[in-house]
Design a protein around this ligand. Sequence first.
Ligand code: CP
Ligand code: NVA
Length: 309
Amino acid sequence: TTAPALRHYLQFSDFTADEYAYVFERAALIKKKFKAYEKHQPLTDRTMAMIFEKASTRTRVSFEAGMYQLGGSVVHLTTGDSQLGRAEPIEDSAKVISRMVDLVMIRTFEQTKIEAFAAHSRVPVINGLTNEFHPCQILADIFTYIEHRGSIKGKTVAWVGDGNNMANTWLQASEILGFKVHVSTPSGYEVDQSIAGIRSADSYQVFKDPMEACRGADLVTTDVWTSMGYEAENEARRAAFADWCVDEEMMRAAQPDALFMHCLPAHRGEEVQAEVIDGPQSVVWDEAENRMHAQKALMEFLLLGRQAG
Ligand code: CP
Ligand code: NVA
């Protein structure tokens, strides 16, 4: 069989709304089969290299378990135990690794780094988180929203906290899938529309007060105050973000059936109150599990294109 044209998944904007509709449907089918202990192994004999330049629990387990379930296998590399940490040019690493595997997942720092790798790769490259974006997480988050509430089109997502990789990815997703994002960040930590690369400001609105951002929202979501790679700013961030803790009052300002999401790992008492993340509106465990189902659909789509049945 012929492989589909080479595609990468480096940002949320790499797929169209129509492609997302397919991937979400496929993820639902793949999840259903998994729950029924039914084998689904379209990637037998395929190998994925996973490169981690930052720590991970969910991304590693979801991709690794997911690839095995699809019939394939993985090679796990970190900066510390490969030549990547010893300044071998990224282009050379891309050329070599992509001659031996069928797919590459990378978690790294600058988006330009994953772009350079992809430019020299013979096989699809997936962004497993960069400083700028976390597309696989939003893929799982929107899949989770759809499972619980149906289409996200026309809905409102409240983003409370740092204008980080997650926030940028939500902005991209809102433009592609037709929903609104209410963003509230402390000053100095705003989202930058030019990083998200979105064409207009129509799909998002900025609020000074996090409570106002949550008013009427269908989904309230947040993330750590200090992302990986920014640890030196930890103290300044703790002071600046003190009022950006998602609490029960904010959840009450949202729709009565609003969901709460967090990509995890979470810090109870910092960006979210324990009562919220461990409360009835929280779907964080489904959200984490759905990383695996959504990414299985993503890997299958990149390697085989659209599948019937
Ligand atoms: N949400 C997420 O990407 O988690 P990990 O850092 O554990 O992979
Ligand atoms: N924004 C966080 C997400 C962790 C999954 C970070 O980049 O560290």
